[in-house]
Design a protein around this ligand. Structure first.
Ligand SMILES: [Zn+2]
Ligand SMILES: [Zn+2]
Length: 135
């Protein structure tokens, strides 16, 4: 699977999109979510390209700090019970528009993020269809 796939993600609670086309990163709409640290709250924007770790925030994130992520629409937590297999911080879960889920580690600086599909063949077909990949 190409790591240039742009993931369109949405809230698992209210089903609203996190995509922010007005503030692109790497030419793709960014993923905009609310972030809370031990001392501040702000907005986090993630690059939507799968495998890319670029992000921007309007608050200072300390290295290795665990952050809490909320939906900017319904304000519900996106934190999951699941722990990161690299650093044991809680994982953050977002639904992918075409199906499945992307999980990212809530620890700043940890690069664990992965996509979980319920139906991987069906989801990949939709990606190929949507982006016109020839293979
Ligand atoms: Zn929501
Ligand atoms: Zn981690």
């Amino acid at each position: 699977m190409s790591n240039q796939v742009s993931l369109f993600v949405k809230c698992p609670h209210c089903d609203k999109s996190f995509m922010d086309a007005e503030n692109p990163i790497n030419g793709e709409p960014s993923i905009r979510i609310n972030i809370v640290t031990a001392s501040e709250r702000g907005v986090l924007r993630l690059c939507s390209l799968y495998g890319c770790y670029e992000h921007e925030s309007d608050i200072v994130l300390n290295d290795k700090e665990i952050v809490t992520i909320y939906c900017p629409h319904c304000n519900k937590s996106l934190m999951r019970e699941e722990k990161c297999e690299l650093c044991e911080a809680p994982m953050v879960g977002m639904n992918i528009k075409v199906g499945g889920r992307v999980n990212i580690c809530s620890r700043n600086g940890c690069r664990n993020h992965y996509v979980a599909f319920n139906d991987i063949a069906g989801a990949l077909n939709k990606f190929y269809h949507q982006y016109g990949f020839s293979g």
